[in-house]
Design a protein around this ligand. Sequence first.
Ligand SMILES: [Fe+2]
Ligand SMILES: [Fe+2]
Length: 208
Amino acid sequence: MPATRTANFEQRIAELPLHVHTPVEWARAALADPLALLVDHAFLEKKAANNAMDLMARWPGDWAPGWVETLTGVARDEAAHLSQVVRHLSKRGGRLTRLHKNPYANGLREKVRKGEMGDLLDRLLVSALIEARSCERFGLLAAAAEDRELGGFYGALFSSELGHYKVFLKLARRVTPRDEVEERWQEMLAWESVVIRRQEPGSRIHSW
Ligand SMILES: [Fe+2]
Ligand SMILES: [Fe+2]
């Protein structure tokens, strides 16, 4: 990857609100087993699509302007990402496995409050956190991948997940007063920095 393109990702990653930035060595370690990384990635895209549909199923109706259109749009994007990941996986001789653990997302959800509006706000913020961290990781992978095709794919996902992180934060601001969202967002960002650092190393999108 040309140095200018790497620098471009570095700058855009630095603009993310994450409290802790992933060491650059992470990408090389994760890419050591590209098929395992793609398998993990495929499950995350499927979960992201399910998450958008679950939000709509649990909170149907007009929670915010464009609620249903926005969430169906996210679900459609994630289903497209899933199909792209599976295509890259199959092309390289890999296949999906049945089991998948997701300790990172489960860790984030430990802080989701019970009760209608607290629950909704926290789930939107957890969604935004996962998108923002995934976006960071795809930027690092795009800069580090020696497989040009995969590098390009990760670069495209960087932009898509960046858009999703902003969309979830925007929805959060539409369902809850802005100062309440900002306070909770900072608390959740701090929690995310704890959860991501307690992940095991390995060829997974949310490893540490
Ligand atoms: Fe995605
Ligand atoms: Fe996404």
